[in-house]
Write a protein that binds this ligand. Structure first.
Ligand code: HEM
Length: 535
């Protein structure tokens, strides 16, 4: 009985302490007309996350919907002031126009917080980030993507051989789309980035596939560590937690550092990311390869990456260690395979549900196949497929694989609101960009719950407001791997639709509902769809 009383008192005091802290942090916002209620929601939201009651995505979306009409509202963090932008103009301002005041992703990240995660491009800050981004950008230009196109085409062919054999036995096959597409994207990223064949599609017991599953924070302990990493960086640091296990660190050491050394000794060459990382390490990688560059702006809707100048003021910070290169291999793998498999899940599910869209895409695929004769599809031809680009663009709007991203404020900054008031932002403040929510805001996208690729047609795409469509983020800190992801996803959809149609089956869920883990696209009910052999 005494113990229960003590616990109740501890909870009351902790609750009162948190309330007072929220008041100090957010009180100032009330004077700008930003409801204080938002701050309390944030605290309650974090408790729900800790208890694994809801997915992070729903907290963001609820907060976004609750404060209709506001341009900026409080977000979720207990270590620093945190805001959520719910306005395309503000997103544009923060990510592009005033980028120099918002260079980094989040203040809690830095090199010493986690030996591997702290050194990835995603988490590097300021000039260290600028230098690394400049070093790595040449790896993801269209000329380099063309170089890797053959590697990914081979992965897509292996996938097709495997599944054609299976489907032919009965004429149709029900697949667990998350597992099926994860196996493909792990193979793709493994072959194109790490430089060896993954064999996850062919080999059901693949150790690499099992490792990729273990990398996802789905169990309580990993989710808890992730939450500490994001929301209570000081506690995370104090206990010297690491998000990655020794097994994962060893895998990436062997896959990146060891292979780089071996290739250097043996003088072997393969057109993959690891080779480009070796060139980048020696400073031999040039940003432009004009002759082979593809003008993607001419070829597709949103596939083109704008190259921003992110030159560092202090260019001397380039003495990268082996751990830095290992960290880049890790982030390319981690950020690359799960996002792209989510895109494939959403695309195939949406095509199965929207047969008219699927038929229109099949018509385009057939037209391209007829024009190819015996030749294989090229990088340029794939990117010229306009309807495929529209479908993929809509899938990325409908369910963006990354439902939010963040920017940390790195210097005093006046954020002007439409009501004439100015929020005085300080170094250490965070702004989250709610990718899913803004892409589902009827203010920007009419009938947002409808899967409608026509939004991206030549006639209509011009009316999309800048800053409201941001599946790969926005500005100089935009996803570095977007070209790779689009190429991989388009290639597989093209190959699949040559042979199969996607059908809804008994086990296909009516809608997506995310499981209550922290961050990744893990559904309560898995998506099963049927692959049916085309006549
Ligand atoms: C459909 C697939 C993908 C989606 C939707 C996606 C989405 C995103 C988003 C939203 C960001 C944050 C951008 C920002 O804050 O403005 C990001 C960053 C990043 N992504 Fe992706 N991504 C995808 C695939 C990939 C692939 C294939 C790779 C690597 C091969 C990759 C590597 C990265 C890296 C390294 C960053 C950090 C960039 C930086 O901080 O400079 N992503 N991605």
């Amino acid at each position: 009985m005494d113990i229960i009383l003590i616990i109740i008192w501890i909870l009351i005091i902790a609750g009162w302490f948190l309330y007072k802290r929220a008041k100090i942090v957010y009180e100032e916002l009330e004077s700008y007309g930003i409801p204080y209620e938002g701050a309390i929601n944030s605290y309650w939201g974090i408790i729900e996350l800790l208890l694994m009651k809801r997915h992070f995505f729903y907290l963001i979306d609820d907060q976004y919907k609750k404060f209709k009409g506001q341009q900026i509202v409080p977000a979720f963090n207990l270590s620093q002031r945190s805001f959520m932008a719910r306005d395309a103009e503000i997103i544009k301002q923060i990510t592009i126009k005033d980028f120099d005041s918002f260079v980094n992703h989040d203040q809690s990240f830095n090199g010493d917080i986690d030996s591997l995660q702290g050194k990835m491009l995603f988490t590097l800050v300021d000039d260290e980030w600028r230098n690394m981004r400049n070093t790595l950008s040449p790896i993801f230009t269209s000329s380099k993507m063309k170089m890797m196109f053959g590697i990914l085409s081979d992965c897509a062919s292996d996938f097709m051989v495997h599944y054609e054999k299976k489907v032919k036995e009965t004429g149709k096959l029900v697949i667990n789309s998350k597992e099926t597409f994860s196996r493909f994207t792990v193979d793709g990223i493994c072959s194109a980035v790490l430089g060896f064949k993954g064999d996850c599609v062919e080999n059901e017991d693949s150790e690499l596939y099992k490792l990729s599953v273990r990398m996802q924070p789905v169990d309580i302990w990993s989710t808890f560590k992730f939450l500490l990493f994001f929301f209570f960086a000081n506690i995370y640091k104090f206990f010297k937690f690491q998000l990655t296990t020794k097994e994962i660190r060893d895998f990436f050491y062997n896959a990146i550092v060891k292979v780089m050394k071996e290739r250097e000794q043996n003088g072997t060459f393969r057109p993959d990311v690891i080779q480009l990382l070796m060139q980048a390490k020696k400073g031999q990688l040039k940003v432009q390869d004009k002759e082979n560059e593809v003008n993607e702006a001419e070829l597709s809707n949103f596939s083109a990456n704008i190259e921003y100048d992110v030159k560092a003021k202090n260019t001397k910070l380039t003495n990268w260690t082996d751990e830095h290169y290992m960290a880049q291999g890790f982030i390319f793998f981690f950020a690359g395979y799960d996002t792209t498999q989510t895109l494939l899940q959403v695309t195939t599910y949406s095509l199965a549900k929207n047969k008219d869209v699927q038929q229109k895409l099949i018509d385009e695929v057939d037209e391209v196949v007829a024009s190819l004769g015996d030749a294989s599809i090229s990088y340029e031809t794939l990117h010229k497929m306009q309807y495929l680009d529209m479908v993929i663009s809509e899938a990325l709007r409908y369910w963006p694989p990354a439902s939010a991203t963040t920017r940390g404020c790195n210097r005093d900054y006046d954020l002007k609101l439409n009501n004439g008031k100015v929020i005085k932002m300080k170094p250490g403040d965070d702004v989250s960009l709610p990718i899913y929510s803004i892409q589902h805001d009827p203010k920007y996208f009419e009938d947002p719950e409808k899967f409608d690729p026509e939004r991206f047609s030549d006639e209509r795409k011009g009316s999309i407001v800048d800053g409201s469509y941001i599946p790969f983020g926005y500005g100089p800190r935009v996803c570095i791997g977007s070209r790779f992801a689009l190429m991989e996803a388009k290639l597989l959809i093209f190959n699949l639709l040559r042979k199969f149609t996607f059908e809804v089956c008994d086990k296909t869920p009516e809608k997506f509902e995310l499981a209550p883990n922290f961050a990744n696209f893990e559904l309560k009910e898995k998506i099963f769809i049927e692959l049916k052999l085309r006549n």
